[in-house]
Design a binder for this molecule. Structure first.
Ligand SMILES: [Zn+2]
Length: 424
């Protein structure tokens, strides 16, 4: 299988050497040019000149979404706007959108990184690539558009045309690669199944999906109905957009492009670094970005790292697929379900603890929302009547608050904490 860039197969010590050099340059630059980082480093007693190993990165405090919000619109930029050739923004699905900027070099790197993503999933210049992300401030569409052109593929910028039209384009223009969100792919699957359209009428062979979590069951369904391979990719606007990591055709995790980003996994509670294989929050440091560099940015995404050898030949570390976020804000039927609101409601109800887990069942579609709620010690788990009454009470309160039914499942005290610690 082709690999786009020689950096993707570097020996570990060579990757680390590149990372250290680029990290040092980035730290010096943000210290000089971004007052947020200057203050942060000064407060923590960090002299960027003295960071001489990768392990010292963990001494630097984190950058959070709140810091970005407080410094909107341009406070985090490391260059004046005249050097910036493009503005985009984060999707704002969980919080207010963040404005991000790119220099000409940033756009060039971004394009190359997305080209790596596309080559990793098997895209070549023979392919016809249909991009069904919104062409707007959100980084998905334009990121893939530039990358696909760079690979030499034929690009169809469908943007958000309705699914019916996209399906006829897919058929008539002989699309071979579909790039979209998993929910859009499921929508396509639904329409095709309902109409009894045979996959033989299409030339589609790959779906490259991202921008929201999707389960293995969803993958299986998309692959089975459309007779294609569906692969995952990961990125976020605050870091660059798509092009941070990609699932190669081995389907055993997503290779992170470590010559541009340094990944760390931390315990979201304590902030301590975790080892390979442990699940925690992904923290990313950009080491080539010019306009909008990020040092130890807390992504909120839960994953783990694996440095073992991948049969595809790439030596870049793999992250496990992201199924959950630390804040787990869910957009359900167009309505934002904010965990703190659930917490607030639970806190008002006797016999419950504000320990809960929000679960979206994506096994079929995005239609099932369930909240697991821990009961307090003063109610026994065998008091069925009491439990049922309590469950109904919570369901009613949640329905009043959010305007739609959310299934509640009561679980024993401490079980959610245990679940969080086991990281499963
Ligand atoms: Zn691989």
């Amino acid at each position: 299988m082709p690999i786009r860039d020689k950096n993707e197969v570097l020996k570990r010590e060579d990757i680390q050497q590149i990372q250290l050099e680029r990290l040092q340059a980035t730290l010096n630059r943000v210290y000089r040019n971004v007052s947020f980082y200057q203050n942060l480093f000064n407060k923590a007693g960090i002299d960027p000149e003295k960071i001489d190993s990768l392990s010292e990165l963990s001494k630097i405090p984190f950058t959070t979404k709140d810091s970005l919000l407080q410094n909107q619109p341009y406070g985090m930029f490391a260059l004046p706007l005249r050097e910036v050739v493009r503005l985009q923004s984060s999707s704002g699905t969980t919080r207010e959108p963040i404005v991000v900027g790119y220099t000409q070099n940033d756009i060039e790197h971004w394009t190359e990184l997305v080209a790596r993503v596309l080559v990793a999933v098997g895209v070549t210049r023979e392919d016809v690539v249909q991009i069904s992300f919104d062409y707007g401030l959100f980084t998905g569409a334009l990121g893939f558009h530039y990358g696909a052109e760079r690979v030499g593929a034929t690009v169809i910028p469908c943007s958000r045309l309705e699914a019916e039209k996209q399906i006829s384009i897919m058929k008539n223009y002989r699309t071979t690669v579909l790039i979209c969100s998993p929910s859009f792919a499921l929508h396509v699957v639904d329409i095709i199944s309902k109409r009894g359209i045979s996959p033989a009428e299409f030339t589609l062979r790959i779906a490259l999906l991202g921008s929201e979590p999707w389960s293995e069951a969803v993958r299986k369904e998309i692959e089975d109905v459309l007779h294609i391979t569906a692969l995952d990719n990961y990125g976020l606007s605050e870091i660059i957009g798509p092009g941070v990591s990609v699932e190669c055709q081995e389907k055993n995790g997503l290779h992170i492009f470590e010559d541009h980003f340094i990944p760390e996994i931390i315990d979201p509670e304590t902030g301590q670094n975790l080892s390979d294989g442990e699940t925690g929050e992904l923290v990313l440091t950009t080491i080539t970005k010019e306009a909008f560099p990020m040092i130890r940015y807390r992504t909120g995404d839960l994953t783990g790292l694996d440095h073992s050898r991948c049969p595809c030949g790439r030596t870049m570390v793999r992250m496990s697929r992201v199924f959950e976020r630390t804040d787990d804000v869910v957009i359900f039927q167009g309505i934002k379900v904010i965990p703190s609101r659930i917490e607030q409601i639970l806190a008002e109800i006797e016999s419950t603890k504000p320990h809960y887990r929000l679960k979206v069942d994506r096994t079929r579609s995005l239609e099932e929302l369930e909240v697991w709620v821990e009961i307090s010690d003063n109610i026994f788990f065998d008091e069925v009547k009491k439990l049922n009454a309590l469950r109904e009470k919570i369901e009613k309160k949640l329905e009043e608050a959010f305007g739609f039914f959310i299934r509640v499942k009561l679980v024993e005290p401490m079980s959610i904490q245990k679940w969080r610690n086991s990281g499963t």
